[in-house]
Ligand binder design. Structure first.
Ligand SMILES: [Zn+2]
Ligand SMILES: [Zn+2]
Length: 239
């Protein structure tokens, strides 16, 4: 079987793909001993395809050709012939050591290759954070605690107040100059003013600015409270 025979078989296969042929990521023709063969890599949909799905997709090839699926748990190959040229479609399982990060996303625990139990947040997403199981358990119990914390009730009623006072349940906060005192530095905090005429870097308070304006004399303390409020805006139920 020559290279041109294999190329012709591949052209015929791709021009008029049989219904039982699964999506293939790329094809190649290669010498195998004294013959030429065609092989293709099963489309793994960005490495999200699991072993079971690969078997399901390759199964119809085996049924049709009568050649059972071959390989290991890492590499599965389905074989058939097309115009007397041997063709295979293979699936290589992503190496778990490669997809498991070195370290837990929330603590220094080493993960890859250590046998440490871990969970992946987000299904089928290779870049999703991976946590060690102790971190998962800790976060879960913290979450349970947090649901009953006074903070939850306080946040809820404050958001209700802010919706009335500033028009927004979860305003973005800034440090500002209240104008109440003769100070050159910021002496208060308030919601970010979204008025078109208000320069974002202008720390003064005008008629356009939303309430409430709170006096916080210490600039470092004001910066801290602004950070806390803005961080907390990302927590809890969506407005
Ligand atoms: Zn951890
Ligand atoms: Zn303003």
């Amino acid at each position: 079987m020559s290279a041109s025979n294999a190329a012709a078989a591949l052209a015929a296969l791709t021009d008029d793909a049989p219904a039982w042929l699964p999506p293939v990521d790329h094809w190649e023709i290669a010498r195998d001993g004294d013959r030429w063969i065609v092989s293709g890599q099963l489309d793994t949909n960005g490495d999200t395809l699991g072993v079971d799905d690969a078997r399901r997709l390759l199964g119809p090839i085996a049924e049709q050709s009568g050649q059972p699926l071959a390989g290991t748990s890492h590499l599965i190959t389905a074989r058939f012939e097309h115009f007397a040229v041997p063709v295979s479609v293979w699936y290589l399982r992503p190496d778990p050591h490669w997809t498991t990060p070195e370290q837990c996303a929330a603590c220094p625990a080493k993960l890859a290759g250590t046998g440490t139990a871990f969970v992946r947040l987000g299904e089928g997403d290779r870049n999703a954070p991976v946590l060690c199981v102790p971190c998962r358990d800790r976060m879960h119990s913290e979450w349970i605690l947090a649901q009953h914390a006074p903070l939850v009730a306080a946040r809820r009623s404050a958001r209700k107040f802010l919706a009335t006072a500033s028009g927004v349940e979860r305003p973005e906060w800034r440090q500002l100059i209240t104008g109440e005192r003769l100070v050159a530095d910021v002496d208060g905090i308030g919601p970010v003013c979204t008025d078109d005429g208000h320069e974002p870097l202008d720390g003064n308070v005008y008629d356009c600015c939303p309430e409430p304006i709170l006096a916080v004399d210490s600039p470092p303390l004001g910066a801290y409270v602004v950070e806390l409020l803005n961080t907390d805006n990302g927590v809890g139920e969506r407005a």
